[in-house]
Design a protein around this ligand. Sequence first.
Ligand SMILES: [Zn+2]
Length: 112
Amino acid sequence: MKDAERARFKTILTARRAELAAMSRDSAVARKPVELDQQSVGRLTRQDALQQQAMANAQEVRRVNEQRKIDAALTRIDDSNYGWCEECGEAIAVRRLEIDPTALRCAACAGA
Ligand SMILES: [Zn+2]
């Protein structure tokens, strides 16, 4: 992979990481434990509040997982290991990395 390409993916991954961090910050209130006091949840029933909290928590888990994959990809970029299939050692197609910049395997090895 060319340096310019690697730099471009680093920019994409860094931007996505910042986006995820901002979403986590914004959803912190939604993930707080649901208060027993009905006043604090306004017109929402406690059941609704619990459902929304569960959804916010599930989204947070997905974000944390994606952040981990992004961190690993950024480490590979810094170590110049980025863009190589971890299974067969061949270069991962740039087109594939554009769809998922955190991809670890080439299309053939991923069975895609
Ligand atoms: Zn492969």
